[in-house]
Write a protein that binds this ligand. Structure first.
Ligand code: CDT
Length: 320
């Protein structure tokens, strides 16, 4: 019997610094209504979906940044998302800034079942950017200041979505560029990777020119390769458009296990894209070219976990 999943990626247009969470939540509820009308069983929202991408703003005193974080889910402000999920029978993925009761801060995502229960939580592992104010940069990217490295690993859980049990995993933004992260999910037979991102249209490090179009190309390349090499679907979902004067690219996509783009956002605003996913497609790769049990050679991969930075190779010189 075929296992089909109607998957929606809900791209969000910009959220300005001055806007309250209720504005974003209202827009997200409208996207959930649209998703329901279009038959979706799950909606994936972007990274840090409730606020502007605040790591672009430097705050000397971390406590003064507290207002960007959620201390509970649901809260009064986020409750409408949970109500919409229950009303429409749709699960949703939400990226948000988490502050724990112990005061720890993470860039976090959850998958919420229509019942309102959290079936999976993930805390971003690959934090890009820097910790201190960097005068060389055109725009700051202070994720290393505002978040700790995620401590939950790359988990996969088999959870109900619509009529199916689906192996779901998560990555957040910069994680998508690291094949190791995808492979850890692949080793747990992930079928659907939920992945939100906030990526500036321009390289802000000011250390050389990177063409505008390559930014989107590298994002798609990473997601498409991750899906193909791990025989899974992914929803890669952007926050897009000009936020606080700084442009984030959209181009949200849904990708199948062949690495093909099934649906792509065409605007830089709030936009829902939907794809009808045959989960059985995950089996072909898993049983043939990426049959890990038959073909992987972990004894040759020692450097992957033993080493962080790259090392220069030995020098060979011809004898004669
Ligand atoms: N949010 C996030 O992880 N963005 C990064 C931007 C990298 S530039 C410091 C990304 O990899 O898309």
């Amino acid at each position: 019997m075929s296992r089909r999943l109607v998957l929606a990626a809900a791209q969000l247009g910009p959220i300005q610094k001055a806007e309250g969470r209720e504005v974003a939540v209202g827009r997200m509820v409208r996207l959930m209504e649209t998703a329901h009308r279009r038959g979706a069983e799950v909606v994936v929202f972007p990274e840090l979906a409730l606020t502007t991408f605040f790591p672009r703003w430097y705050e000397e005193d971390l406590a003064k940044a507290d207002h960007w974080y959620e201390t509970a889910l649901p809260s009064n402000t986020t409750a409408p998302l949970f109500e919409a999920a229950r009303k429409y029978g749709i699960g949703f993925h939400l990226g948000y800034a988490e502050k724990t009761p112990e005061g720890r801060r993470f860039n976090t995502a959850v998958y919420v079942h229509p019942s309102g229960e959290i079936a999976l939580k993930y805390r971003k592992v690959h934090l890009p950017g820097h910790r201190e104010f960097d005068p060389q940069r055109r725009v700051q990217h202070l994720e290393k200041r505002y978040f700790e490295v995620g401590d939950l690993g790359f988990l996969v859980v088999r959870a109900p979505i619509g009529a199916n049990q689906v192996n779901i995993g998560m990555l957040i933004c910069n994680d998508r560029r690291w094949p190791e992260a995808w492979r850890v999910l692949g080793l747990q037979q992930v079928e659907l990777v939920m992945l939100g991102y906030n990526t500036p249209s321009l390289n802000m490090e000011n250390r050389g020119f990177e063409a505008h179009h390559l930014r989107v190309f590298h994002s798609h390349l990473s997601i498409q390769a991750g899906c193909y090499q791990n025989a899974c679907f992914a929803a890669g979902v952007a926050k897009a458009g000009v936020e606080d004067g700084h442009e984030l690219f959209g181009h949200s996509i849904i990708v199948n296990p062949q690495g093909e783009i099934m649906a792509q956002a065409t605007s830089w605003g709030d936009e829902l894209i939907v794809a009808d996913c045959d989960l059985g497609m995950c089996e072909l790769g898993r049983k043939t070219i990426f049959d890990f049990a038959r073909h992987r050679r972990p004894e040759a991969y020692g450097r992957i976990t033993a080493q962080t930075g790259s090392e220069a190779p030995p020098v060979w010189t011809p004898r004669g």
